[in-house]
Design a protein. Structure first.
Length: 128
């Protein structure tokens, strides 16, 4: 007769480790993994500077350059992976850069129009 190993107390189904999609985060993604909870350090004052017109022109230039790449690839019709990757990158840039550029334009315009405190209005008249 064979001896059966002692498997310990029987566990109910509620004590199982959750599988994918049920709270299981996979290896290296838990709260004790390296890098968890660490913030990215940015240079001092980077986020406190308001956008300027030069930022808007950078966005316009990037959009124009991406459009040139897309048109060049469509007209030239190269048959290699590098041209395909350049086309995909330029197309994605054409989707994102104009939106960000318009946001910068509006922000710069708002910064220019809100130039500070308004001058005092006319003094109230004594007769009214």
């Amino acid at each position: 007769m064979r001896a059966t190993p002692d498997l310990g107390p029987a566990r109910s189904s509620s004590h199982r480790r959750p599988g994918p999609g049920k709270g299981f985060k996979g290896p290296g993604r838990g709260p004790h993994s390296p890098g968890h909870g660490q913030a990215i350090s940015l240079p001092a004052g980077l986020l406190t500077q308001p956008p300027t017109a030069s930022h808007v022109w950078t966005g316009v230039g990037l959009t124009v350059a991406a459009a040139i790449v897309v048109v060049a690839v469509l007209l030239w019709r190269p048959d290699n992976a590098l041209a395909f990757m350049a086309f995909i990158l330029a197309a994605l840039t054409l989707l994102v850069a104009p939106v960000i550029t318009v946001g910068l334009m509006l922000d710069v315009r708002y910064q220019e129009r809100s130039g500070g405190q308004l001058p005092p209005g006319p003094a109230p008249s004594a007769g009214q």
